[in-house]
Write a new protein. Structure first.
Length: 466
């Protein structure tokens, strides 16, 4: 052995009891550059708290968790990087305790799993938190309680290639962002039995890639209230109600309410038990290249907008939903462009079978400021009608309706569909028909003697709550 190697070997041997990894061993972890290939190594439960407490600036505040299940709850109160070796590096909180609490700015977590039956990852008033390759697990909680994968109040966070998971048969929830600014890239949330993700208190969510699936919820997989969400290439699917829940209240894909703003590009919402997307009151949705399909009680439901805009929909496909592709209940400010609304399936609504492409209902429709504008919209093969506007009472002109390049199609002679464009409890504004380029149901529409029953709502029926 060359004499020059003796000091290095002695150094490594000396620092191992202090849990400090030499450069070669640290390469087993995916360390940030700031760690300079050095970190404090944790191999057991007793090590982690000591490593977190003793990390110093001299060692770049980096902790490496080996292949181990560490049963402890940890609080991080200073800038720190914790890195594992994937799901085999686990922090599991004791029953009734939170897993990892972050109470400091600039904390980084990589390639670890954190699990708890209360809150797996609890963050409060911490900026610059970053997760990459992390798995947060909400374990089944004690009876009467709910466990969360993530709970964050204030601060800012970035999640990359991270998974939030729970148990669909237990009261588990993806989590809550309360007043936080969150950037998600390639994040998935699956298998929760009580709730998806709640974005509240002025929070801002920007999410690209990934989505939410296999959630049982009494409300929605993504619930946005008083906050904003910008979604790009997200899939929300297979959302159901709890076993004791109701399709009228639970099993919804997205709910936006209380000044919320949803901006989405290439969003897919499919196979929800109830409504795919519900926009309530003064919330606003801007959807581009959306696919809303296979939902059990309308694809998009709009309600009670008052005099504020509620939906801009462009280059989208609304297909195969039950009852209605899009339903607007006492809502205004709809602009739909270059969109296909097709294949709406039948659903029982009181004593009638409904199944329409787009329905709009309310006394507000006779106001010219209550705009429902359709441009280059195609209605095709809907069970009953392509479009129904119902002024609720009287025979006033529904002045806010505007068509340009609207087409009603029938793919085959025996394809579904009885009516094309129906205006009832009111009259069409002058020139509306000039904006219809084709409608094979013209004669049936003109011969309709009585209003068609359509889906309407009450605040109790389609209630929005957190």
């Amino acid at each position: 052995m060359r004499p020059s190697t003796i000091p290095l070997i002695f150094l490594c041997a000396a620092v191992f009891p202090l849990l400090i990894a030499c450069d070669n061993e640290a390469k087993e972890w995916r360390l940030p550059e700031a760690c300079q290939d050095r970190c404090a190594v944790v191999r057991g439960t007793d090590d982690l708290a000591d490593a977190v407490a003793n990390a110093t600036d001299a060692w770049n505040d980096c902790v490496c968790i080996d292949v181990a299940t560490i049963t402890t709850a940890v609080t991080v109160s200073k800038p720190l990087t914790i890195v594992g070796k994937g799901s085999s590096s686990r922090i599991v909180a004791p029953a009734g305790e939170r897993g990892l609490l972050i109470r400091s700015d600039d904390v980084t977590l990589r390639d670890i799993e954190i699990a708890s039956d209360t809150v797996a990852l609890d963050i409060a008033q911490a900026d610059g938190v970053a997760l990459s390759g992390v798995r947060l697990v909400a374990l089944p909680p004690a009876e009467g309680a709910v466990s969360f994968a993530l709970a964050m109040k204030g601060g800012s966070i970035t999640l990359t290639d991270t998974a939030l998971t729970g148990s669909p048969d237990a009261a588990t929830a993806a989590g809550e962002l309360a007043g936080s600014q969150a950037v998600l890239n390639g994040v998935t949330m699956t298998g929760f039995g009580r709730q998806g993700l709640v974005v509240t208190g002025g929070a801002g969510l920007r999410w690209t890639g990934g989505g939410i699936a296999d959630i049982r919820t009494e409300n929605a997989a993504l619930f946005v209230t008083g906050s904003s969400a910008t979604l790009n290439d997200i899939i929300i699917e297979k959302i159901a109600a709890p076993v004791t829940g109701s399709a009228l209240y639970g099993g919804r894909g997205i709910v936006a309410t209380d000044h919320a703003i949803i901006e989405a590009t290439a969003l897919t919402v499919r196979d929800c038990l109830s409504i795919g997307i519900l926009i309530d009151g003064d919330a606003y949705g801007i959807l581009d290249e959306a696919v809303v399909t296979g939902n059990g009680m309308t694809g998009i439901w709009l309600q009670r907008s008052g005099d504020v805009p509620q939906l801009s929909l462009q280059d989208s496909t609304i297909t195969g939903n039950r009852a209605a592709g899009i339903a607007a209940f006492r809502s205004c400010g709809l602009g739909i462009f270059d969109t296909r609304i097709a294949g709406t399936l039948s659903a029982q609504w009181h004593d009638a079978l409904v199944g329409d492409g787009l329905t709009a209902y309310g006394v507000e429709l006779d106001d010219a400021d209550c705009v429902i504008r359709l441009e280059r919209v195609v209605f095709a093969d809907n069970f009953r009608a392509g479009f129904i506007a119902d002024g609720a009472e009287g025979n006033a002109a529904l002045a806010g309706l505007s068509f340009s390049g609207v087409t009603v199609e029938r793919s085959t002679i025996d394809a579904p569909g009885k009516y094309g464009i129906v205006i009832q409890n009111g009259t069409a504004p002058t020139g509306l028909s000039d904006g219809v380029t084709a409608n094979p149901f013209d004669s049936a529409d003109a011969a309709l003697a009585a209003p068609l029953p359509i889906m309407t709502g009450t605040q109790d029926l389609f209630s929005v709550y957190q």
